[in-house]
Design a binder for this molecule. Sequence first.
Ligand SMILES: Cc1cc2nc3c(=O)[nH]c(=O)nc-3n(C[C@H](O)[C@H](O)[C@H](O)COP(=O)(O)OP(=O)(O)OC[C@H]3O[C@@H](n4cnc5c(N)ncnc54)[C@H](O)[C@@H]3O)c2cc1C
Length: 188
Amino acid sequence: MPDYETFEHDVLIIGAGGAGLRAAIEASAAGVRVGLVCKSLLGKAHTVMAEGGIAAALANVDDRDNWKVHFADTMRGGQYVNSWRMAELHAKEAPDRVRELEAWGAVFDRTKDGRILQRNFGGHKYPRLAHVGDRTGLEMIRTLQDHGIHQGIDVYMEHTILSLLKDGDRVVGAFGYERRPRLQNHEQ
Ligand SMILES: Cc1cc2nc3c(=O)[nH]c(=O)nc-3n(C[C@H](O)[C@H](O)[C@H](O)COP(=O)(O)OP(=O)(O)OC[C@H]3O[C@@H](n4cnc5c(N)ncnc54)[C@H](O)[C@@H]3O)c2cc1C
């Protein structure tokens, strides 16, 4: 076994929380070969801890909500130092991302008439958090994982990236190590 191995991918995504998993699904759908690296086991990212829910102006509970109010809340919550363009994209796209999770099998709590239930959360003018009890993050990551593993993504678990490899100004790869269980004394 060599001391090192090289893997080649068209797209390498470092991190397999909600952001990384969704990026991997998108890249894979474009038909390229995708590698997804996480330093822990797949599914054990911070995303799993998100208990409150997902902010999205679906207006299921209060029809005064819309992406503009969500955008304003986000900018105010960030003391106006946040990137307005990212906040705008987030506010505009969040409802479609929640509906997409639902279509991929995510379970949400429901209103009496069967729509995704939303609740209040700090900084939100109207009830906006799509949720399932206090385990929304778990449901989100489970759904993305279930969907992602059928897309042909190569997953490298327990691989920690230490540095990015560059060709001039362009990032062309990454260098890291695989964590292996420590050998007991008698096995060394
Ligand atoms: C307790 C708690 C409660 C929260 N509640 C909410 C909530 O209710 N609603 C909400 O919207 N947000 C909530 N958040 C925030 C939300 O969870 C995070 O903003 C979101 O999950 C970040 O997602 P991510 O994919 O960017 O990162 P993460 O989910 O943190 O994933 C990071 C990934 O990167 C990998 N990684 C990191 N470094 C390396 C490396 N060097 N090499 C290889 N892999 C690496 C990790 O293994 C992991 O897979 C909460 C956060 C916490 C901690």
